[in-house]
Each structure stands twice: as C-alpha cells, then as structure tokens.
Design a protein around this ligand. Structure first.
Ligand code: ADP
Ligand code: TZD
Length: 599
C-alpha cells in the first residue's frame, strides 16, 4: 500500500504516484503503473480551467493541497483570516470574470470564509469557496468529529450553488459545475465541499486525466430578443428627460467601448453607481454625478444597465425619485438591461426589460441607433449642466480650504490629485464618511478601478480587496479606509508585506466609528461604544512587518507620503489624523439608523 500511504501522508511529489500491485497482495513486485490522487486532480482541474491563483488559509485537511498547488505553479496567497481570503477571491472574480478561488479548512475556517461567499453572491461576484470538511459518516451521525459541521447544508442558502465531491473521479465534474455556476448568468458565490478523505484517494492517472473537464464557454453570451431591444429603443427615443444609470454589472461585463458608444451616441446624461465610476471617466461631460439629486426626480425615462433598483437607488421610488411620499412612485419609466430575468419589477414596474448579457444587449441597442438619433432636448441638458457647474464650483471651494486639524475634504483633495496623476491605480474604499466622501470627491478615469463595500455596505473588504487587486493586476493599489473599517482586516498588512505588494493604505483616522468625540454618558471609565483609542499609531502595524509607516497631520505631509508610496511601490500605511469631530452618524445613510425618540 506504498502509494496510498504516501498520498495520505502527502509525500507524493509528482502529479502521479506508483500504484500498489494488488495481484501480489501489495507485498512486492510493484508495477510502475501511474496513479494520481485527489490533491493532484483538484489542482489539475483548476489549472485546466485557467485558474492561476488561490486565496486561502491552510490547515487540516488542505495544508498539503496548498503546498502541492504552489509546487504545481499556482500562485497561493496565504492570508491571516479566511474572511479576507474570501473577499480577495470575490474581487479577483469581479476584476477578471474568472471565478476567484478561496480555500479554507473545515467548520470554523469555513464559517470565517462564508461571510465573503455570501457577500459575493449578493454583489454578483463570481467566486468558488473550496473547503475541506470532516468525515461524512461521522458528521451525519453527529458523533463529534474534529471540526464537525454539515458545511454543505449551511452554505447552500448563502451561495448561488453548492456541491460536494465524494470520489476522486468526480473532481473534474465538481470543479466544472462550480465554475459554470459561478460565472454563467448572474455571477455569484459557489461552495465546493471536499471531505478530507477525498484528497488521498488514488485512481489511474490516465483515467483521472480523462475525468477532468475544461469548461467550454463558461459564461455563454445571452442575446436579447429583438422585440425587447426595440421596445427599449422606442421608449428612450420618446423621452424628454432621459437618464442612464451604470451599475457594477456594467463594469463587470467588460463591454467598456460599447457602453461608452451607447452613452455618447445617444447623448444621454448618465450616473455611475459607485463601482461603475471610471467606466467612462468621471470628468466626462455627460456625467450627471454632480447633479444626482436633480436628475433622479426629474428624469422621465431611466435606463438601468447592470444596476438593481435596491436600497442604493431608493428602490426606484419615494422622495429621491420625486414621489410624493416615501413609497410613492415618481412617475419614471424604466428600461432595465440585466442578465437576470427575475430582476425586473423587483421594486417598481419595468416598462422595457432587456434581458441578456450586457455586452450583447448594448451591442443590439447600438445597432438601432444611427447618426440621426435625436439628442435629448437641450433644456434637459442645460438644466443638468447648470446644476453640475454650481455643485462642482461649491466642491472646489470646499476642497481648497486647509483647516487645522485636517478634515475629510482636505485629506481627500490629496487622494483626488494622486489618483488623477495615476489613473491606473486601483482605489479600494471602505468606511462610512470615509466611503461617502471619497466616492464623491475622488474622480476615477478607467473601468474597474474603484472597489468598495458594494451592495451590503460591508466593512472588512479593505485588505482582502487590496491584496487581490495588487496580485491580479500588478498595479498600485490605494486603500482609503476609515479607522474602524481598517480594523476589520488590519492584520493582513502582514500579508501585504510578506508578498511585497504595492499597496498604500491611507487611514482617515478620526478616532472612532463615524467620529471620535463621543463620551461615556455615565462618566464611567469605559469609553463610549463608538470611540476608539485616541491618536492610535496604526502606521506602526505596517512597520512591524517591514513596510513603511507614516504618521501625517497635514495635507502636505499626506501628499508627500502618498507620492513616495506610489513611486516606491512599497507596502505603506499612512495614518492620516483628521478632526475627530469630522463625520456624521453612518455617513450619508443616517436616515437608515433607528434612534430612540428624544425624551
Ligand atoms: P450597483 O450596486 O452598482 O447598482 P448591482 O449589484 O445592484 O449594481 O447590480 C448589478 C446587476 O448587474 C445585477 O442585477 C446582475 O444581474 C447584473 N449583471 C451582472 N453581470 C452581468 C452581465 N454580464 N450582463 C448583464 N447583467 C449583469
Ligand atoms: N460591521 C460590518 C461587517 N459592516 C458594517 N457596515 C458595520 C459593521 C457597521 N458600520 C458601517 O456601516 S460603517 C462602520 C461600521 C462599523 C465604520 C465607520 O467608521 P470608520 O469610517 O472609521 O470606518 P468614518 O469615516 O469614521 O465614518
């Protein structure tokens, strides 16, 4: 039983292991027949499908898998917490259209990664979380195995799909199903459960090779019907005050040139959702971002491209949209371009759903738009233009101020300049005020360069997204973080240093959640729940692992530190102290926060 023992111990060094000679009772006379095992079949299946990176955290039963994957030429990025590995995998999926792979150990490791898997599903990011799991027989009888948990059942409601593989010969099918489920149609998070016993299982190498599947056309184009396209074009053509809203589905689709052509050929003003910023440069003359609160209630026909009418768009109704009350319809007609047929009518009536992949839908719409296509009425464009210039001038005035201490605006004015000078840099952003102000102040110039908290507004994506963005693109990453937000994934600065990634973390440090000036109303020794350690020296965390740490209190110091970081590409953490009174409760979504009635 030499080969099986070797494989169990994980000492097999090549893609194949010698098979035991069963005819001689395994005593002697070993035939040089080639075998493979679960470890190698999984690695081969991933490689066959173009997967080149694994984000994970080793331990029983997947330690050897990480070693063998690295030996086989995959890039294995080892994290300090599975949630961060999961976020990394999910954003790698968003950036590349290939499912990001997150690898975890069983029960607690699996659960740590699960938040990221659920977040991927919510955000339509393609990702596969592969977790080792305990013995089925023991788990199913609740006999108390090491890290016992019915992981498949737990993952199922949070994932787009969930699969378990019990036999080595099914690994190829399992991986193929996981990849297809993650990237086809509306992308999402997929769970793949691999019990410990699977990895050392051996089988004939050639049969193993034959069992693997290279997925053909994993995200097939979905062509919209001509009727649907015509219905949408008719509606848009008749509009007096049309508006296009680009969402992160549009950014994901990588149909950048066609989307730009659609916007420019129709002349319709557009609003980018947060992660669609840069799909067209934010400085584009048709961007209505600086007139958002004017265009939403005033528009009569709204074309949604890869954006859902969820809370981020006030559900398409209510006062934001000109409705008379908080739930009243504002009267707009909607075109919705989306790959999911069930998205239409989720919140308000969609008059013209165009169902298909965004690339195909936009192409089909462009085919119906010729040089004679009427531009939107000048009255509409002028009204937007006026509001825009007024708001941009007001913002410029605010940004030019140089208060002491520094505030969000004076600090972000520096980030804005640094991104303008480095448009290929990727901006990762989380926090509340740190998020809202960055989104509105820092212009983006290229697609998929802004990565943030997404549909859930989740804190903790910061370092995972930064690591994946740097690893996948090789570009400079700038992570603008609230001090609370940073804390969720801060230990990963060690990972950033270990892999020597070009990540510059800027913490807008106001000593607490939202702001830092609250006090304990009882006068007791405990701090207020939303207040943190005053003037914490976060930069020392980066220094502890060999990176560059900088403590800054003025915009000039921040500028120098950021420029040094971008020039050197060294892991850098800039602790930017800002006014602890700067910031409002929950940033711009104060209204969602229930508070007790004042007595
Ligand atoms: P945002 O938060 O930017 O408004 P959402 O996450 O709400 O964006 O919406 C993204 C939408 O894009 C989802 O409804 C999803 O189904 C859709 N989508 C994602 N990828 C594609 C694609 N390739 N083609 C068409 N629609 C897509
Ligand atoms: N936990 C998780 C996982 N996600 C969340 N969104 C929250 C908690 C609640 N929360 C926010 O929505 S923003 C935020 C928390 C804790 C932090 C805000 O403080 P900050 O940013 O220091 O990061 P600002 O700039 O001071 O507002």
């Amino acid at each position: 039983m030499e080969s099986i023992t070797a494989a169990r111990k994980g000492t097999a060094s090549a893609a194949t292991v010698a098979a035991p000679d069963i005819t001689s009772g395994g005593q002697s006379n070993v035939q040089p027949q080639q075998e493979t095992d679960g470890f190698h079949l999984l690695i081969d299946a991933l490689k066959l499908n173009g997967i080149d990176t694994i984000f994970g955290l080793p331990g029983i039963p997947i330690s050897d898998l990480t070693r063998k994957a690295q030996a086989a030429g995959l890039r294995v990025i080892s994290f300090r917490h599975e949630q961060n590995a999961g976020y990394a995998a999910s954003i790698a999926g968003f950036m590349t259209q290939k499912p990001g792979i997150c690898l975890t150990v069983s029960a607690p490791g699996f659960l740590n990664g699960l938040t990221a898997l659920a977040n991927a599903t919510t955000n339509c990011f393609p990702m596969v979380m592969i977790s080792g799991s305990s013995e089925r027989e023991v788990v199913d009888l609740s006999q108390g195995d090491y890290e016992e948990m019915d992981q498949l059942a737990i993952a199922r409601p949070l994932a787009k799909a969930a699969f378990r593989v019990l036999h080595a010969e099914d690994i190829g099918v399992g991986v193929a199903r996981a990849i297809r489920a993650a990237v086809s149609g509306r992308p999402g998070g997929v769970y793949l459960d691999l019990p410990a016993k699977l990895f050392p299982q051996t089988m004939d190498a050639e049969a193993g090779r034959q069992s693997l599947i290279k997925v053909v056309d994993p995200a097939p184009r979905q062509i919209p019907s001509q009727d649907a396209v015509q219905r949408a074009l008719d509606l848009i053509k008749g509009a007096a005050r049309p508006l296009i809203i680009l969402g992160k589905g549009a950014a994901y689709s990588q149909a950048d040139a066609d989307i730009r052509a659609l916007v420019e050929k129709t002349g319709i003003p557009y609003l980018p959702m947060s992660m669609a910023k840069g799909l067209l440069p934010d400085t584009h003359e048709q961007s209505a971002a600086a007139a958002r609160s004017y265009v939403l209630p005033e528009a009569d026909v709204v074309v949604l491209i890869g954006a859902r009418l969820n809370w981020l768009l006030s559900h398409g109704k209510g006062k934001t949209w000109g409705g008379k009350s908080s739930k009243a319809w504002g009267g707009q007609k909607f075109v919705q371009v989306d790959i999911s047929p069930t998205e239409a009518d989720s919140n308000v009536r969609i008059d013209a759903p165009v169902i298909g992949d965004i690339g195909s839908c936009v192409k089909a719409m462009l085919a119906g738009i010729d040089a004679k296509w009427p531009k939107p009425p000048a009255e509409w464009l002028n009204a937007i233009g006026e509001r825009k210039s007024r708001n941009i001038a007001k913002m410029a005035e605010t940004l030019a101020k140089n208060p002491t201490p520094m505030n969000f605006h004076s600090a972000l004015n520096v980030v804005r300049d640094v991104i303008k000078a480095n448009p290929d840099a990727i901006l990762v952003n989380e926090g509340a005020n740190a998020l809202d102000f960055t989104r509105s102040i820092v212009d983006m110039y290229k697609p998929r360069k802004r990565l943030d908290v997404g549909t859930w507004g989740v804190m903790g994506i910061g370092m995972g997204f930064s690591i994946a963005a740097a690893a996948v693109s090789g570009e400079q990453v700038i992570a603008v973080e609230g001090d609370s937000a940073f804390g969720f994934s801060g230990m990963e600065v060690e990972t950033i240093c270990r892999y020597n990634l070009p990540v510059c973390v800027v913490i807008l440090n106001n000593n607490g959640v939202y702001r830092g000036d609250e006090v304990n109303p009882t006068g007791g020794a405990d701090p207020a729940p939303l207040a943190f350690t005053k003037d914490a020296r976060y930069e020392k965390l980066m220094e502890a692992f060999g990176g560059v740490g900088v403590h800054v209190t003025t915009p000039a110091e921040l500028r120098n530190a950021m420029e040094d970081a971008v020039r050197s590409h060294k892991p850098t953490l800039i602790n930017a102290l800002i006014d602890e009174k700067a910031g409002t409760e929950s940033g711009r979504i104060t209204g969602l926060n229930p508070t007790a009635k004042k007595a």
